[in-house]
Design a protein around this ligand. Structure first.
Ligand SMILES: Nc1nc2c(c(=O)[nH]1)N[C@H]1C(S)=C(S)[C@@H](COP(=O)(O)O)O[C@H]1N2
Ligand SMILES: [Mo]
Length: 377
């Protein structure tokens, strides 16, 4: 290695550490609240360092070529992982700002590659410390075999670490009816009775994993729970729980997409159509937007009136035939299947008709104002 190569090598290592740290901060669901205001900068920083990393790699392709010629499989594999990692990262970045559609499992793939890449890089560094001699120089059979075993062990360790991220994720692969899967602190009676289509769920049960997101402590609903329809309406309403569970509900099967790159599919939701609540409240002609308020006291979002009236927009009370647990936004959460899930306000307790646009919690912090999943729509 020349001095210049050493320097870029060190820079790559520093960039990798910065990417791992900022990436982890961006990923961890529990940090969404505490780091909410820093999130746009954290994300921009992560992307800029990612671009710098890509540029450094590109500038060093001749060096990697040479290393590959020395038949060091670690370098070539590291390079392959890094390229896949950068591609998924760039895709996420473009999707995040609303310029590209995001496949449902992009975030999981990026995270997997990140953990795999970091583990491999760590192994690469440790190996360089402990066995500084290049593999190609280990000419005699004993050294060759030993080098092979060290390599094999290192790769095994790196791969198992890469696979271990699955267990680091919060629970949620199981159906929400499994009390172990999601916490539920709600104590409302009577529970909503599932419609026949809802139980067993016509969708066959949802596919995928919810990440439990919140930016404030999760509120628990008891008999003091109320649902308010107010603002520019002729007939404002305040429903208590008993009245609310008695309202007409519909059942639908829909997919759920977070703009951060993860999806849950074929969820059977049962809920009150938002259009029904609007009609019952007699919306005034001056109203143009529906402001959505969460019982956490912090989270809000908004829909234009015509979006709010789409026939698949509902205030859901049941998921796959069971009351929505508090972790997933119960007792009542908004569902807007055609938009990214930041519109799906959890612990929805009030809707307010307004005539001025309102910027939601995450839209104020960098999420695109256009939340349509299908941009052709
Ligand atoms: N009240 C509230 N609603 C919210 C959020 C939140 O933090 N607080 N996060 C939003 C985002 S960005 C997503 S992806 C989904 C996550 O839903 P889940 O926690 O049920 O997986 O909820 C949305 N609704
Ligand atoms: Mo999200």
């Amino acid at each position: 290695m020349t001095r210049g190569e050493k320097r870029t090598h060190r820079l790559l290592a520093v960039a990798l550490v910065v990417l791992a740290v900022t990436g982890f901060l961006l990923y961890l669901p529990v940090l969404r609240g505490p780091l909410a205001d820093s999130r746009p900068f954290l994300r921009a920083g992560h992307i800029i360092v990612g671009l710098a990393f890509a540029a450094l790699l590109a500038a060093n392709i001749p060096f990697f070529r040479q290393a590959a010629a020395g038949r060091d499989p670690v370098q070539s594999l590291l390079l392959a992982v890094a390229v896949a990692w950068l591609v998924t990262g760039g895709w996420l970045a473009l999707g995040q700002y609303g310029w590209l559609a995001i496949p449902g499992d992009l975030s999981a793939a990026h995270l997997f590659l990140a953990v795999l890449g970091s583990a491999a890089a760590l192994f690469h560094a440790v190996r360089a410390r402990c066995a500084p001699r290049p593999v190609a120089e280990a000419a005699d059979a004993v050294n060759g075999r030993r080098a092979f075993f060290i390599q094999a062990f290192g790769w095994f360790a790196a791969l198992s670490l890469g696979a271990a991220w699955q267990w680091l994720l919060p629970a949620g692969g199981k159906p929400p009816g499994d009390p172990a899967a999601f916490k539920d602190c709600n104590s409302l009676t009577p529970p909503p009775t599932p419609a026949p289509q809802s139980s067993p769920p016509v969708g066959g049960g949802y596919q995928g994993k919810f990440r439990v997101y919140t930016v404030a402590p999760i509120p628990c609903a008891d008999s003091a729970w109320r649902f308010t329809v107010g603002g520019l309406v002729d007939k404002p309403r305040v429903y208590n729980w008993e009245e609310f569970v008695g309202l007409p509900r519909r059942v639908q099967v829909s997919d759920f997409h977070c703009v951060e790159g993860w999806s849950v599919r074929r969820i059977t939701y049962e809920g009150i159509p938002l259009a029904w609540l609007l009609d019952t409240a007699a919306v005034q002609p001056a109203a143009r937007y529906v402001k959505l308020l969460s019982g956490d006291g912090v989270y809000t979002d908004t829909l234009a009136l015509d979006q709010a009236r789409l026939n698949d927009v509902m205030v859901a009370l049941l998921i796959d035939g069971r009351p929505i647990p508090s972790d997933l936004g119960g007792p009542a959460r908004l569902v807007v299947p055609q938009m990214y899930a930041y519109k799906a306000v959890k612990w929805l307790v009030a809707i307010e008709l307004i005539n001025q646009p309102h910027s939601g919690y995450w839209e104020k912090r960098g999420y695109p104002a256009d939340a349509w999943v299908d941009k052709r729509g």
